[in-house]
Design a protein around this ligand. Structure first.
Ligand SMILES: Nc1ncnc2c1ncn2[C@@H]1O[C@H](COP(=O)(O)OP(=O)(O)O)[C@@H](O)[C@H]1O
Ligand SMILES: [Mg+2]
Length: 338
């Protein structure tokens, strides 16, 4: 006997985001999970429209490449669809499941449009999504909520000043991006200008941030409660695009072998960061340990990857929540603000 009622779900995915491939990979597995639970699901690519059943397989099974896809030609199509087509494409849905990552799908734009359309959707609301996507604003809020976060500046510091303040290596990253796109670990003053130029290609606002040398941790949050803390051990020095999405390029260990004190602290800080940004249904909070071994929050992901091999599902599974149940819970706490 299913413990849930059967629902007509609109599964929004794709889009004109550098994380488009990842969104399609998430959608592929969320679709299978929701259908296995008996829900009726329609797939909608927000850069192309409703996906006909025979096309679903080809769109969703392409896999994630070693580099983010070029999305220039999709941007206009996404704008046109959001303006003119989205309302009609989802009119029969009772709830919208957002298998979207990055871009307008994660930065609050789609959430605001869906608030106008008036359908409940998974994840966080428009304002919270926008805040979490903006690393500078998130970090200011973390500080107000006593969630430690690495020292940073939004000033275009001359290279000498950047070195004086943060030392080498340091981190340069766009404020509003994901999947490590546009982010550099800058080891020497010679590499600084190129790193800033790269980050500027993705966002006018660029963070220069202190490098945290310690272990990397992540923890899922579901309905306000922290799940199991995991450790990420990437094959490269940082958890870059390739390590995130190519099988075998990172060890992901749940639960992290970090002892009870750091585990408890990470879970407490994850819940505090989630609450401080006023996030909804679920999120995943990224940390690194400082040289002294204390957790420091890098960012919160409001729409983290949702393939069965993604970090949030692993964090949930280690807490006893299998992938289908996770998808069911995410849909059942879907929000409606209208
Ligand atoms: N301050 C930092 N110190 C050390 N590594 C960092 C730092 N900031 C980012 N990284 C590395 O880059 C990855 C991506 O950074 P993050 O801030 O989480 O942005 P994204 O939104 O792209 O995931 C992290 O998972 C980590 O491996
Ligand atoms: Mg991250």
């Amino acid at each position: 006997m299913p413990t849930h009622s059967v629902t007509r779900v609109g599964l929004l995915t794709g889009g004109a985001s550098t994380e488009r491939d990842v969104a399609l990979a998430s959608a592929s597995q969320v679709l299978a999970a929701l259908r296995s639970l008996g829900h009726q699901v329609d797939v909608v690519d927000i850069a192309a429209g409703k996906v006909a059943a025979p096309e679903e397989h080809f769109l969703l099974k392409a896999g994630v490449g070693t580099h983010p896809p070029s999305i220039e030609s999709l941007d206009t199509r996404e704008r046109e669809f959001l303006l003119a087509g989205l309302g009609r494409a989802v009119e029969q849905a009772e709830v919208l499941f957002l298998a979207l990552h990055g871009g307008r799908g994660e930065d609050g734009t789609i959430q605001a449009i869906l608030d106008v359309i008036g359908l409940p959707y998974t994840g966080s609301g428009a304002l919270a999504s926008g805040l979490a996507m903006d690393k500078d604003l998130s970090k200011r809020i973390f500080q107000l909520a006593d969630v430690p976060t690495p020292d940073w500046t939004m000033e275009r510091l001359p290279v000498e000043d950047a070195g004086d303040r943060f030392g080498w290596p340091l981190i340069v990253k766009p404020s509003k991006q994901g999947s490590t796109v546009g982010l550099s670990l800058v080891k020497s003053p010679q590499a600084y200008a190129d790193a800033v130029r790269l980050a500027e290609q993705f966002d006018d606002e660029v963070l220069v941030e202190a490098y945290l040398p310690g272990r990397e941790l992540t923890v899922g949050v579901l309905d306000g409660e922290a799940l199991t803390v995991g450790e990420i051990v990437p094959a490269h020095e940082i958890f870059d695009y390739e390590c995130k999405y190519q099988p075998g390029m990172a060890q992901e260990i749940f639960p992290a072998d970090i002892g009870p004190d750091i585990t408890t602290e990470c879970r407490r800080l994850a819940q505090a960061a989630h609450a401080a940004l006023k996030l909804g249904g679920y999120s995943r909070v990224d940390f690194r340990l400082t040289a002294e071994g204390y957790p420091s929050c890098l960012e919160v992901n409001t729409l983290p990857g949702l393939t069965a091999a993604s970090l949030l599902p692993k964090s949930a599974r280690a807490s006893g929540i299998e992938f289908e149940e996770l998808c069911e819970q995410i849909s059942s706490v879907a929000r409606r603000t209208s």
